[in-house]
Write a protein that binds this ligand. Structure first.
Ligand code: SAH
Length: 222
């Protein structure tokens, strides 16, 4: 067994000790080679439980964060999943390992193109788009699951609209310094007289994400 495989297994053990239980998440993190999504100069830290720098001032999320968000979504094979913030493509690869049909939007062209190249070479067929993901991906909606991997001041309305009934979304919401993970569930409407969809919101602990920049996120230009 090569060293990276050993380190990957140790990291997964650590995530289990930190409370990650979903076996399909643990298996996916055992299978995806994180070192392939990390920049050369940081490869030696690939299996530390830390976020690492990408190009264009962005980061590949901490493995615990990836595992925690993915566990909250309860991804099943065949789920249609929308990811906002392709970044390195690592999270998308984890979702593919779980059998999801993955749609991922990234606003920075350089990152999307690099991710496309990596995912393609590894045989992960992900639908990618360069755009402002706060608008979702209307042509392919609705989605069973939505995962937003950048922090937003609000929950973008168009993402709520693009959820399937019974579907789940996980999104970090807060100020620029700190966000809380919010799990949104779009409920079945039992009353046929009420047309408005109903949502249930559950809030989890603090995380620190790079900002979600766009029409319905932080309105900064860079
Ligand atoms: N899921 C990524 C983590 C990327 S960090 C991974 O596994 O590596 C968050 C990403 O969100 C960054 O690449 C950033 O450029 C992107 N982002 C920020 N605002 C966005 C928006 N409005 N639409 C799409 N992507 C956005």
């Amino acid at each position: 067994m090569d060293l990276n495989t050993i380190h990957r297994k140790e990291l997964v053990k650590k995530l289990q000790n930190l409370g990650i239980k979903d076996r399909s998440v643990l298996i996916a993190l055992t299978n995806v080679k994180r070192e392939l999504f990390v920049k050369d100069e940081f490869k030696k830290y690939s299996y530390e439980n830390i976020a690492l720098p990408l190009n264009s001032n962005q980061t590949i999320s901490q493995p615990f964060t990836v595992a925690f968000m993915t566990e909250l979504l309860e991804v099943k094979p065949g789920d249609k999943v929308l990811e906002i913030g392709t970044g390195s493509g690592y999270q998308a690869a984890v979702l593919k390992e779980m059998g999801a049909d993955v749609y991922s939007v990234e606003r920075i062209k350089e990152l999307s193109e690099l991710a496309k190249d990596k995912l393609g070479k590894l045989g992960y067929r992900v639908h990618l788009k360069i755009d402002d993901g706060t608008k979702g991906w209307a042509e392919n909606a609705p989605f069973d699951k939505i995962i937003v991997t950048a922090g937003s001041p609000v929950i973008p309305k168009q993402l709520l609209e693009q959820m399937k009934t019974g579907g789940k979304m996980v999104i970090p919401v807060g100020d620029e310094a700190l966000q809380k993970l919010v799990l949104v569930i779009k409920l079945e409407n039992e009353d046929p007289n009420i047309k408005e969809p109903k949502y249930k919101f559950k809030t989890f602990k603090d995380f620190k994400f790079v900002p979600l920049i766009g029409e319905e996120g932080w309105r900064i230009s860079n």
